[in-house]
Design a protein around this ligand. Structure first.
Ligand code: PLP
Length: 404
């Protein structure tokens, strides 16, 4: 994988911040976008823009074809059985809300939902809202000191009242990769359906929803080199078929009358209103980028950067890294003793290095770790060893300035 050839495709990487070349390491929050995705958006606006699915005219058909082509490509990319199992959403958050709200309405009162302590708020709050509405209980799987999920605790939480398990594929703080196949198989043995938050997995590893065996899998386009504002919910047909609509409106109906309304077939039953067809079409260009570069090559490259960065960080006195499981994803969260994560982030920014600071929308995990937040650096296909060096140099400088 030639990183220079990849970098050429990302115009934003050419800019400076604080007079220094930008070193963008906030990829866990959102990745940057290759020119071909931007071009695909421009192409939609300048050549094909028309509302989808309702028009007989050429532009409407073109826009529809482009949107539906992406749906088929996404299905193939994650190995769904059918493109009808691919629901376009606003992102991971909306995908999980859809399941919690619609599938959740079918769950029996008094049931228990299993979550983990490493969940992003997007995979906690929708379940809490459901639990409050329908009298369900939430149980939480703990982690060990390395940041691995305690599988013994996971298994022990299942009981006769368990009705749902929802967990992340990859932690956005610890980088821990959860054994999704094994966890799903265990849940299924107990007759419990599974939702997986794939926001941090799809950009970094091969995801095959049928091999994993999951019932629902949600992810976001903007973290996988695609446009912001859209995402994907995969759901097994048998579940999606049985679920009531999430929102009502155009697109999701077969027939509307004041005597009663019938709903569209999958996937449209869950896509009320005009979808973001421009960005959906452009997501296809992001898949082009990922397929051309190769997800295995991206993963291997990111792993090298992770090793280099981890080794460099460990040399800094007072360094504490959160999440040290073998095979973790290319994201590092850390603190330096006596220094606030926010101050480090500010001083890194002054040197052109973009990292994220704070609780990373994982406050229960922060509480579990006994910290208010961390500095987080995450790597993408376009990052280089030189950037890792620049990050480490900038960090050492910041620590020297801030060390009490
Ligand atoms: N889940 C995880 C693990 C995440 O890292 C994120 C975003 O940071 C989300 C869910 C929410 O994604 P979005 O804001 O795109 O809906």
């Amino acid at each position: 994988m030639l990183v220079s050839k990849i970098r050429e495709q990302f115009p934003i990487l050419g800019r400076t911040v604080a007079g220094k070349p930008l070193v963008y390491l906030d990829n866990t929050a959102t990745s940057q976008t290759p020119r071909r995705v931007v071009d695909a958006i421009v192409d939609m606006y300048t050549r094909h823009k028309a509302n989808v699915h309702r028009g007989v005219h050429t532009l409407s058909q073109e826009a529809t074809d482009l949107q539906e082509l992406t749906r088929r490509r996404v299905a193939r990319y994650i190995n769904a059985e059918s493109h009808e199992e691919i629901i376009f959403t606003r992102g991971t958050t909306e995908g999980i809300n859809l399941v919690a709200s619609s599938f959740g309405s079918l769950l029996p009162e008094g049931g228990e939902i299993i979550l983990t302590v490493m969940e992003h708020h997007a995979d906690i709050v929708p379940w809490q809202l459901l639990a409050q509405r329908r009298g369900l209980k939430i149980k939480v799987v703990d982690i060990d000191d390395s940041g691995a999920l305690r599988l013994d605790s996971y298994r022990a939480l299942f009981g006769p009242d368990t009705v749902m398990a929802a967990f992340t594929h990859v932690s956005n703080v610890l980088g821990t990769v959860n054994p999704v196949r094994e966890m799903t198989a265990y849940a299924h043995e107990q007759g419990v359906p599974v939702l997986v938050d794939g926001a941090q997995a799809v950009p970094h590893m091969r995801v095959d929803v049928r091999d994993l065996g999951v019932d629902f899998y949600a992810f976001s386009s903007h973290k996988m080199y695609g446009p912001a504002g859209i995402g994907v919910l995969y759901g097994r047909r048998e579940f999606l078929d049985s679920m009531p609509p999430y929102q009502g409106g155009g697109e999701m109906i077969k027939h509307v009358s004041f005597d009663g309304t019938t709903y569209a077939d999958l996937p449209f039953k869950f896509e009320a209103g005009t979808p973001d067809f421009v960005d959906i079409a452009a997501l296809g260009a992001a898949l082009d980028f990922m397929e051309e570069t190769g997800i295995e090559a991206i993963a291997a490259h990111e792993r090298q950067l992770l090793e280099q960065a981890t080794a460099g960080l460990m040399e800094i006195p007072g360094m504490h890294i959160y999440g040290t499981t073998p095979g973790k994803e290319a994201v590092i969260s850390f603190n330096v003793e006596g220094i606030h994560n926010y101050d480090l982030g500010m001083l890194l920014d002054k040197q052109g290095v973009a990292v994220r600071t704070g609780h990373h929308c994982a406050q229960p995990l922060m509480e579990r770790l006994g910290i208010p937040g961390t500095v987080r650096a995450g790597f993408a296909a376009y990052n280089t060893p030189e950037e890792v060096d620049a990050f480490l140099t900038a960090l050492r400088r910041a620590v020297d300035i801030l060390r009490p």
